[in-house]
Design a protein around this ligand. Structure first.
Ligand code: ZN
Length: 268
């Protein structure tokens, strides 16, 4: 299908071509990271997408150390959605590759920006702000609240769910106002963060998701895998999945005892 050109995976039935990119530095050097992600964070993210989307996605991985960081013009042209994880090696990403990714986003490629990639060259270029935030690695409990339950990225995601141990990312997060705010997180320390954010840039859809620190098994958690799979479909322009409970009742006030989210994850 498709008449060639820069974008387009054909019709709604065509498999989404996903490239999962990771700097793959901690993953190779730190034992505590290898213990959680023995094949690298990229393989865990890719596995989650493959499991959730099955033959609706064709998933490849790419890493920093490969020629052109694994993002050759051919690969980018063959990618509908790119996911990006980086932390310690943002500066090692070639400006030419960042420029090529940027142009592909403007031409319609979807981009998922994950966790510490808030400071990646590509996200900062797309946002135009510092993308700075508050942080702490101290085994915080993170609670992720779904604040746009009708959004496709929230389809099947609980009203709130707990990530038992996580890095704290807190406000102020210096980003432009998003088109949609899908998730907000709180932490045991009391901080909050806009943790799931949608943007459009040119023809491209961009989603930022904050959970995902390398020393915690966040990418193995089912709710996070679901969010990423939903976001891949959304970023590819497959909007047929709706988050709202069609035919359900209007929302009502919910009396919520302290700590309700620890057990009752699927409310509302
Ligand atoms: Zn982190």
């Amino acid at each position: 299908m498709g008449a060639g050109g820069a974008g387009g995976a054909g019709g709604m039935d065509a498999a989404i071509r996903v490239t999962v990119w990771n700097e793959n530095v901690h993953d190779r050097r730190k034992d505590e990271v290898r213990a959680i992600y023995p094949n690298g964070i990229h393989e865990a993210i890719a596995a989650g997408i493959r499991t959730r989307l099955g033959d609706r996605a064709i998933v490849r991985t790419a890493t920093l150390e490969q020629p052109a960081h694994g993002l050759t013009p051919e690969t980018l042209a063959d990618t509908d959605v790119l996911t990006w994880w980086g932390h310690t090696a943002h500066a090692e990403v070639s400006d030419d590759i960042v420029q090529a990714v940027h142009q592909r986003v403007l031409a319609g490629m979807g981009l998922l920006v994950l966790h510490s990639a808030h400071y990646s060259k590509i996200f900062r270029a797309l946002m135009g702000t510092t993308c700075s935030l508050r942080w702490r690695v101290s085994d915080d409990r993170e609670v992720v609240f779904t604040v746009a339950p009708s959004h496709p990225i929230a389809a099947g995601v609980p009203a709130a769910f707990v990530i038992p141990r996580q890095e704290m990312y807190g406000e102020f997060f210096d980003i432009p106002r998003p088109d949609d705010l899908v998730f907000i997180s709180s932490y045991s320390g009391g901080e909050v963060l806009r943790s799931g954010l949608c943007y459009t840039r040119g023809r491209g859809r961009v989603f930022y998701l904050s959970p995902g620190h390398e020393t915690y098994p966040v990418y193995h958690q089912p709710e996070i895998q679901l969010i990423i799979a939903n976001a891949v479909r959304w970023a590819a322009g497959r909007d047929d999945a709706t988050g709202g409970a069609a035919g359900g009742e209007p929302y009502k006030a919910i009396k919520s005892p302290t700590g309700w989210f620890e057990n009752a994850a699927r409310e509302g």
